[in-house]
Design a protein. Sequence first.
Length: 149
Amino acid sequence: MPTSITITSEFSGSVVAKGATDDLSAQLLRHAGFKQIDDWHGRRHRLPTTTPLADQVAIASHAAEMLRAARYDVTLPPSLDTARMSPPVHALGPYAAGAELLSITDQIRAAEDGASLQRAVDHLLHPEHGAGACPGGTGCSGRTGQRPG
């Protein structure tokens, strides 16, 4: 029977993992960022109450992934599960365009036929929205509708 581990948020704001009674599960929790506490309550793992919410979610999710990979039964509330949360609109902020270019170049490299390559190149070189498009709908030379020549 697999060991059951529960990761939850407490009223204090701390994230606690309970049920990690063996050394492997304790090591995985420590590797994820939890601090081990051995006191009269027994072995417990927790994150400091000062841990920012985004870090709590990331650490708890990572711990759950590692524990599940090691065949532990893990209970994780949706509020701490990054797999159930929608990602930010632009996770890279001002670098979203760079990430899009990287994605397109990966598509070009991975193209297995002419049609796949054509779609990726068309996306990259689209006259209005591609990498070479000039901002504001004007030509790069400042003249509307004309490309520099």
